[in-house]
Design a protein around this ligand. Structure first.
Ligand SMILES: [Fe+2]
Ligand SMILES: [Fe+2]
Length: 136
């Protein structure tokens, strides 16, 4: 387990979304660093809240563009966002209510695997479609 490095090979081909994915990787890394530094539940909770809020804004940005141009897989994409954001909210509130009951590395791994998997397996499916509509 380590800091997550973004490389151009991970690009989804849309500058705004790449920038948002990079910001989120930075936030995951901040969380990882804070865990390693023995951050307090309050500090870690704030970082988690930041990730959850930013993720939801990012999902909304993607859905705005996908809706605007009539992306054929819109409903599947939105459903995947919804699942992830529900899961993220559940983890966030479980941690906020009882930090000792939630292993912080499980929280980190949810973001690391769940969200990043979406960014790099599901998001690239819209690349050609959005680029064909002049989004780059
Ligand atoms: Fe994304
Ligand atoms: Fe997405």
């Amino acid at each position: 387990m380590s800091i997550i490095v973004w490389t151009p090979a991970l690009s989804v081909g849309i500058a705004q979304f790449d920038a948002e994915h990079q910001s989120l990787l930075g936030m995951f890394n901040d969380l990882f660093t804070s865990i390693g530094d023995g951050g307090s539940p309050e500090q870690l909770g704030e970082l988690i809240e930041g990730i959850v809020n930013y993720t939801n804004r990012h999902f909304a940005h993607e859905e705005f563009h996908l809706t605007k141009y009539g992306y054929p897989q819109l409903e599947q994409h939105k459903a995947h966002h919804r699942r992830l954001s529900d899961e993220a909210a559940a983890i966030q509130s479980r941690y906020a209510a009882a930090p000792d009951s939630v292993p912080i590395m499980d929280v980190f791994m949810f973001f690391r695997t769940g969200l990043i998997r979406h960014f790099y397996n599901v998001d690239p499916l819209y690349t050609k479609f959005l680029q064909a509509h002049g989004v780059s």
